[in-house]
Write a protein that binds this ligand. Sequence first.
Ligand SMILES: *[C@@H]1O[C@H](CO)[C@@H](O)[C@H](O)[C@H]1NC(C)=O
Ligand SMILES: *[C@@H]1O[C@H](CO)[C@@H](O)[C@H](O)[C@H]1NC(C)=O
Ligand SMILES: *[C@@H]1O[C@H](CO)[C@@H](O)[C@H](O)[C@H]1NC(C)=O
Ligand SMILES: *[C@@H]1O[C@H](CO)[C@@H](O)[C@H](O)[C@H]1NC(C)=O
Ligand SMILES: *[C@@H]1O[C@H](CO)[C@@H](O)[C@H](O)[C@H]1NC(C)=O
Ligand SMILES: *[C@@H]1O[C@H](CO)[C@@H](O)[C@H](O)[C@H]1NC(C)=O
Ligand SMILES: *[C@@H]1O[C@H](CO)[C@@H](O)[C@H](O)[C@H]1NC(C)=O
Ligand SMILES: *[C@@H]1O[C@H](CO)[C@@H](O)[C@H](O)[C@H]1NC(C)=O
Ligand SMILES: *[C@@H]1O[C@H](CO)[C@@H](O)[C@H](O)[C@H]1NC(C)=O
Ligand SMILES: *[C@@H]1O[C@H](CO)[C@@H](O)[C@H](O)[C@H]1NC(C)=O
Length: 680
Amino acid sequence: MVSLLVLTLAAGLSAHAKGDPCAEISGKKWVSPREVRACFTSFPVEPLVKANIIEVLNKTLAFHTSVNYQIQAPEPFARDVHEDLHTDLARINNQNYSSDFELHVDLFRTFKRVNDGHCAYINYCYDASYITYLPTPLVLLTNIDGSQSVHIAPEAFNVSSTEFGSEVEFWQQALPRQLKGKLSSLSGARVLLIDGNDPFSAVNANALTTGSYQSFGTRQNSFFSSYSRTTAGWNYTMGNFAQRTWPDADNVTLTLQLENSTEAQTILLPYRSRISASTNHFTNSSTYRGRNCVAVKRTNGYDEYAEDEADFVSDEPSPIARAQQQPLLDRVDARKHHLDVLLDSMPLSDVALPTGLRPPLAAVNGSSGVSQFYMMKDNSTGVLVLGSFSSSSFSGLQKSLLRGLLELRGAGASRLIVDVTNNGGGYICIAHWLHRIIIGPKPTTEPQAGLDSTARAGPLARRIVKEIKNGADPREKLLYNPAQWTNGTHHRFKKRANWMSKAEHHVINGHEDSFSQRLGQECQPFDVPPPNEALFHSKDVVIVSNGRCASSCSLFSITMSKLEGVRTVVVGGKRDVPQQYCGTVGGQSTDFSTIDTEIKTAKLKNHPLAPPDFLTNSVQGITWRLGFGIDDPTQPEEWQDHAADFNLPLTKETVNNPVAIWKEVIHTAWPEPSFFVQGL
Ligand SMILES: *[C@@H]1O[C@H](CO)[C@@H](O)[C@H](O)[C@H]1NC(C)=O
Ligand SMILES: *[C@@H]1O[C@H](CO)[C@@H](O)[C@H](O)[C@H]1NC(C)=O
Ligand SMILES: *[C@@H]1O[C@H](CO)[C@@H](O)[C@H](O)[C@H]1NC(C)=O
Ligand SMILES: *[C@@H]1O[C@H](CO)[C@@H](O)[C@H](O)[C@H]1NC(C)=O
Ligand SMILES: *[C@@H]1O[C@H](CO)[C@@H](O)[C@H](O)[C@H]1NC(C)=O
Ligand SMILES: *[C@@H]1O[C@H](CO)[C@@H](O)[C@H](O)[C@H]1NC(C)=O
Ligand SMILES: *[C@@H]1O[C@H](CO)[C@@H](O)[C@H](O)[C@H]1NC(C)=O
Ligand SMILES: *[C@@H]1O[C@H](CO)[C@@H](O)[C@H](O)[C@H]1NC(C)=O
Ligand SMILES: *[C@@H]1O[C@H](CO)[C@@H](O)[C@H](O)[C@H]1NC(C)=O
Ligand SMILES: *[C@@H]1O[C@H](CO)[C@@H](O)[C@H](O)[C@H]1NC(C)=O
């Protein structure tokens, strides 16, 4: 599945000649990827808009902690992270593009190459405005002899017929004669070749562009389908093979061996593009651009003390919410409690997990939204499924976690599985809270249950802190206000302290850089009193995921694993590729609009280093604070090793089936004492 941008260009030009290619797709729910490309590629590069995007991105990078580290990461990520974003932007600045879409693809992929889920550039004009699907999500299965093979997911037809409704008929009719109308017979089939090559050449090509996780293994796994726990229920993540951010592929040729068959057959399956619910109605190119591609109310920041502030602080969610891998947050909570959360161009999921795969166990009291508790049939293993470290209510999630764990204990659970599959992070202080309540009070949980951190101290950041010292933020609303932070020994800074005055200077990959003094924890004391003792012994806890555990989920898993010795399990993954139990650590994430609010409130928008407002419907994510390491405390945790203790192979029986996976985890993590061992 090579990128089809060359073809794209031709399609765009020919469609343009015929008429308005966006008018052609107006009002249609499903269209072919080629038709969407014709619309996207009909917009020429506007030099002023291009210059604006590059200037915003380039200047906002000054607030991203990791720019210089990402020029060359150390082992074990030396081969995964080696991108110089400033050099890339200079290249893009000097390059010509045949369309605005082609320019966007380059910008987007360039940011993806840092393999950091916080550092992203998204433009809603193109990203997931149409999502492009196949009805055949894939899984990687391990056979009895230990060999591995790629398969169409056993639940593929169930998922696609439920989600795509009558559009499934399009694919039914697209199948070759002997299979016409028999899409269901493809479920479970072994995939011998994708576009004539070993399936792993497509898996690995995708791993180079999907981004978000440092580890190659985790990015391979993004190709395949998985489950996720969301606020409203159990959802299904199609994976990058069956769900694409852009209409950049027309079809795929699969060589398959159907279940119970010995022969190979080759079929061509077309991709189909579906307009997203968040894409605004349009009638032609000019209304598509006007309603989907230009900056909206909260694309840019605002002055917190300006009279028309009320205009901005509406209940309308910020555009970044569409890209954050977490539920929609309450505005007050989102302001009060800081976040560390993954950004992705693709919605986490909009598909339901088939009923047959959802846990048939009754959820234990305390379960609420993204946090669900179950007691396994052995009556001694409790399970906490945590789909996100955020929920609409901070205190609601905090209380649900305590209540659920206490209920499991009360019901006799002596061991705990924490399943954080596809958990993209959320509230930093919920990560600290969960670590503290499971492990109990100890020097590793009080007062700091997370990682100490540091913010980048560039000239404009230091200037904002200085303006706050001079009275720019009397109501203590800004990120750079010292009121909410503590120093390296966890003492609150004094009001209006210039906490960036003693910046630390480092040379990173040959570049001079400056960071704030070490920051301590900001979460404790908690509003809810934590229990006085551990709820579970660390040896009785295991953390399970598909490796896609990021941001606050990483803060939690890393402190549990490296400080408490809690064991970690990654399910799935290629056998000979190391599996990491988390990625994209950060410390705190933020975005351009938040930084812009800091700048505007400090009355520094005219500063030569201040980024201008975005003209486009864009979002830029960054890491604002970077956590210090545990094994090597002098270096960021971000690029240190997070190797899983166990790698659990998936089979036809366990794949995408949470309860079946937890049963395997029990056997793996707590094997029954064996009589053979006594003889040794
Ligand atoms: C980006 O900013 C740096 C200064 O940080 C400047 O030297 C460089 O020219 C800028 N690059 C572009 C493409 O504007
Ligand atoms: C880009 O286009 C401009 C104007 O047509 C031209 O002068 C310039 O040489 C081109 N640059 C590249 C790198 O092709
Ligand atoms: C499949 O996609 C390729 C590449 O876009 C295209 O050339 C070809 O015509 C497509 N085949 C069919 C049958 O749609
Ligand atoms: C394959 O054979 C097994 C065992 O006979 C049966 O349970 C299964 O439904 C068959 N699968 C298909 C796709 O026919
Ligand atoms: C596009 O559609 C809008 C509203 O439907 C209409 O007012 C406008 O004239 C159209 N523009 C072109 C170029 O057709
Ligand atoms: C989960 O799936 C349901 C059913 O398809 C859907 O309505 C909901 O939006 C999905 N939730 C998320 C967070 O994707
Ligand atoms: C999907 O599977 C469930 C059982 O797991 C079944 O109840 C449901 O009818 C199936 N749906 C479709 C569309 O096949
Ligand atoms: C769960 O809570 C409800 C309402 O608080 C209560 O009626 C019920 O008995 C509780 N169930 C268990 C198993 O504790
Ligand atoms: C677990 O508890 C339930 C309800 O008390 C009981 O029916 C069941 O036999 C127990 N299972 C085991 C394995 O002890
Ligand atoms: C933090 O502040 C306290 C109180 O002002 C001070 O005693 C302590 O030395 C400071 N710690 C560091 C690491 O600067």
